[in-house]
Design a protein around this ligand. Structure first.
Ligand SMILES: C=CC1=C(C)c2cc3[nH]c(cc4nc(cc5[nH]c(cc1n2)c(C)c5CCC(=O)O)C(CCC(=O)O)=C4C)c(C)c3C=C
Ligand SMILES: [Fe+2]
Ligand SMILES: [Fe+2]
Length: 340
């Protein structure tokens, strides 16, 4: 038996679609200083304002996509965990940064497994962001210190540039292209521009010019937008697409700050105005379908596109528990070098 265990980590969902549960989840999520990066008093004030109205609207949105077994994100992640467990000779646990199963529960479960001393910490995010990966790693460190766990954390980094990920994504998108399409929109989760600047170790590269993300720099290693652009370019190349056949945009903006552009909402209207009738949308910031894909794109963006003159918007499912993706995760778990 291995001295390693795997912890798959994703964002998490409310425990139910009740407004009170959604409110509790949003409070935990938005009070995370890596997500709303304001000093505590301002963060508390802003989040309290958001919590006055958003839980009701979000609960309604969650209810529209909820499955009998629970939140799609958590149910799919659980399926991935189980499928991965069948391929690996080491324990595999699932954890969510917000809600349950928590990172604390996941790490404690691994710590109780005889012989496990190293955790392969696998955040399920293709692109780096402090609001996703950094906060999860920091939470894991906090839990290890709090319980004095004898566990080493081996973090598998964002995989935007791993050819196996691009190949699995291309394989999942290809059948939809084969059915005919006018345009493929790659819609990524958005991020406040301020987060990009903060993550830039050079302090001067990100957003200094329109094409900063197309040029290699010391900032590239932690630049969310550069990672998205990399995935888009590589995916389009793998699919043999011409530049006019696809574009990239950013969804899910919250609040009044400037987030990275172009916004998906604006792009949907532009594409309809350009005469696109059959629009395919893939969401490569997510490996599991969730409220952001199923409700925001599959329901709301579809309605918007049709109202603007489009005929059909097809949401391409995330990698979810597709076998080719589970194989990739299993290979990465086996091949990640042990910590010294
Ligand atoms: C300041 C707000 C937010 C930042 C920054 C942010 C970054 C970010 N999020 C994801 C992935 C997911 N986000 C999801 C839901 C979601 N995201 C925000 C806000 C920010 N996200 C909110 C308020 C919500 C909840 C839903 C809503 O009320 O609209 C989800 C889905 C969760 C689910 O249960 O299905 C995912 C996944 C990434 C990758 C990211 C940074 C790049
Ligand atoms: Fe989000
Ligand atoms: Fe950048």
């Amino acid at each position: 038996m291995s001295d390693r265990g795997v912890l798959l980590v994703n964002l998490g969902s409310p425990s139910s679609t009740q407004v009170a549960d959604v409110k509790r989840y949003l409070n935990q999520f938005l009070m995370d200083p890596y997500v709303v990066d304001l000093p505590w008093p301002l963060r508390r004030l802003l989040v309290s304002l958001i919590l006055a109205t958003r839980p009701k609207a979000s609960a309604h949105a969650y209810a529209s996509i909820w499955w009998d077994e629970g939140s799609p994100l958590v149910v799919i992640s659980r399926r991935v965990q189980q499928a991965l467990q069948q391929r690996l000779d080491m324990p595999v646990e699932l954890a969510m940064r917000y809600g349950e199963p928590s990172i604390e529960q996941g790490l404690l479960a691994l710590a109780q497994r005889p012989g496990v001393r190293e955790v392969l910490f696998m955040p399920q995010y293709p692109q780096h962001a402090d609001s996703t990966i950094t906060t999860s790693v920091e939470e894991a460190k906090r839990v290890i210190a709090k319980h004095g766990l004898d566990l080493k954390l081996n973090v598998v980094p964002a995989f935007y540039n791993r050819p196996e990920y691009i190949a699995a994504l291309a394989q999942s998108v290809q059948p939809y292209l084969a059915e005919g399409f006018d345009h493929l929109l790659l819609s990524y989760h958005g991020l406040p521009e301020r987060h990009l600047r903060k993550a830039d170790p050079t302090g001067s590269h990100c957003l200094a010019s329109g094409d900063c993300c197309e040029r290699a720099s010391a900032a590239t290693a932690t630049c969310y937008r550069a990672h998205c652009s990399h995935v888009s370019r590589e995916l389009a190349a793998a699919l043999g697409l011409e530049s006019a056949q696809w574009s990239q945009a950013f969804q899910s903006r919250l609040g009044r700050d400037k987030w990275i552009e172009p916004y998906t909402e604006a792009r949907i209207d532009e594409l309809a105005a350009q005469g696109v009738k059959r629009l395919l949308v893939a969401c490569p910031a997510f490996v599991a379908d969730c409220i952001e894909t199923l409700e925001e794109i599959g329901d709301r963006a579809r309605e918007q596109f049709i109202a603007a003159g489009g005929e059909e918007l097809v949401l391409i499912p995330c990698l979810n528990d597709q076998p080719q993706w589970i194989d990739v995760l299993a290979d990465w778990a086996r091949e990640t070098p042990a910590l010294a």
